[in-house]
Design a protein around this ligand. Structure first.
Ligand SMILES: O=C(O)[C@@H](CO)O[C@H]1O[C@H](CO)[C@@H](O)[C@H](O)[C@H]1O
Length: 477
């Protein structure tokens, strides 16, 4: 149990559709229907407020079975957001957590793809919406690309921690074939050359859209004659925090090229002028495959467990080609030039979350991380703070993301770096207590930035920081 966990397992029922008051603390109850919640150390009142606010954010962003990331800025269901948000819902209402995933998989394509955005209901506040994507696969409309596949990790977590085991088994049985189809899609559509690592064909697929890791590959994409467009993100968030216009032009160019072939997964890999081996996607997929194999074993599906094992084995040796020994960090790769990217980003630590790093690589990563942390007030910066073009406020080019902190902390623990894990955990907690629940944070000042009242940050507060024990312990083993 982490340092931010001190009050012993709590305690039933305080109803929280009102603000919490000091007197609530004596009855330390938090969330109706919540499982045992262990509250953070320090100012208990603040901790309670944080949990209360987190819960309210999920409720406010609930659109009936799925949760939008943030009002206005992101009004639809996003893929990896939902899988992470389900972890938060699980602390409040297990049924609602399963529903989040069911809703996401209701948009799965015939070929197995689970889209990066599902457009359940129209909204005028986001661009590019369903009319631009123009995919016809699902009645509700969706994008034709994917995102890091967190869902199997969530399913295992929900299943293992479920109070209602009967329902959990039923849900697992229903979701398992869908997860498997998606993971098979990754193998066939995104690794048709059987390299062991999957390709990412659009910065939006990586989840770290304008990471400096994509600069070289993205600027090699020629901008096509695309229809004029108006960005809506800039109406919600300061342009200094968002991708630049020349990047958006390329995002749109890729979108229109993919749309021209109806997002046919057999063609995209070969025709995309942007094709990278993204560390985030591959690390999440590796970890998700460990969990999928575990779930297959749980269901007695031996042959499927063997199939997944084959993917894991292939990926394990291929991962070494992404390790930059001199940098003490993993790096993404531009598949079209065959070069590792130059940028050092926080995705470079995610092989810890995957459990694919060796002990000595893990030691290097821990040392690199410590160096980064010593350069900023709040970790973990998304980009090397020693780099000359580090931008503490611009999207994925410096700011801190709480979901990434969770993943890296989970990995540090698995490799025995408990002190470092505790440092990141306590720091993240402090960040949220002092600056609220936003999309991301400035690592230099701690200032909250991006979208406000953000779902996955709230979910991490409920599922991780309030418990201080990271993700399920022995996923890899
Ligand atoms: O910037 C955008 O318009 C979208 C495009 O998908 O991407 C951002 O927001 C999503 C919703 O929170 C996250 O899933 C991504 O990780 C994040 O980069």
């Amino acid at each position: 149990m982490g340092p931010v966990a001190c009050l012993k397992s709590v305690v039933p029922q305080v109803h929280t559709h009102r603000s919490l008051h000091a007197e609530d603390i004596s009855s330390v109850a938090v969330l109706p229907g919540a499982k045992n919640v262990v509250l953070p150390k320090g100012d208990v009142y603040k901790s309670l407020q944080l949990l209360e606010v987190s819960k309210q954010i999920l409720i406010e962003n609930d659109r009936g079975g799925y949760t939008i990331p943030a009002k206005g800025l992101y009004p639809y269901q996003w893929n990896w957001d939902s899988a992470l948000v389900a972890l938060g819902w699980a602390t409040l209402d297990e049924g609602r957590a399963w529903q989040e995933l069911e809703k996401l998989f209701s948009a799965q394509w015939e070929d197995g793809l689970v889209p990066h955005i599902v457009f359940h209901q129209p909204s005028p506040t986001y661009f590019p919406g369903p009319e631009i994507w123009g995919s016809v696969e699902q009645p509700m409309g969706s994008t034709g690309i994917t995102q890091p596949p967190v869902a199997a990790i969530t399913v295992r977590k929900l299943y293992e921690t479920a109070l209602n085991k009967e329902v959990a088994l039923q849900k697992l049985k229903e979701l398992f074939p869908k997860l498997l189809a998606w993971h098979r899609w990754f193998q066939s559509a995104r690794d048709p050359e059987n390299t062991g690592l999957v390709a990412t064909l659009h910065p939006w697929e990586s989840g770290m859209d304008n990471s400096p890791a994509w600069d070289e590959a993205l600027y090699n994409v020629p901008v096509d004659q695309i229809p004029p467009y108006v960005r809506k993100d800039l109406g919600h968030v300061d342009s200094a925090m968002r991708p630049k216009q020349e990047e958006y032009d390329r995002y749109l160019t890729l979108l229109y090229r993919f749309r021209a072939v109806n997002y046919d997964c057999n063609q995209l890999y070969f025709l995309s002028p942007f094709r990278v081996t993204d560390l985030c996607t591959n690390s999440v997929l590796y970890r998700a495959n460990l969990d999928l194999r575990w779930l297959a074993n749980e269901l007695g599906q031996d042959q499927i467990a063997e199939e997944v094992d084959g993917w894991i084995e292939k990926a394990r040796s291929a991962f070494d080609s992404l390790y930059d020994e001199e940098a003490g960090l993993y790096k993404s790769k531009d598949q079209l030039t065959g070069e590792l990217v130059t940028a050092k980003t926080s995705a470079g630590f995610l092989p810890l979350f995957a459990r694919v790093a060796s002990a000595s690589q893990a030691a290097d990563l821990a040392a690199t991380l410590e160096r980064w942390l010593n350069r900023v007030k709040h970790g973990i910066p998304s980009y090397d703070p020693e780099s000359s073009n580090f931008e503490p406020l611009r999207y994925w080019r410096g700011p801190v993301w709480v979901i990434i902190n969770w993943m890296i902390t989970d990995g540090l623990r698995a490799y025995g770096y408990e002190d470092l894990a505790l440092r990141v955990e306590a720091d993240t907690y402090e960040l949220l207590v002092s600056h609220g629940i936003n999309e991301y944070y400035d690592p230099v000042t701690g200032a909250a930035a991006g979208g406000k009242l953000f779902s996955w940050t709230a979910a991490m507060c409920l599922a991780w920081l309030s418990k201080g024990d990271g993700a399920h312990p022995a996923a890899a083993h």
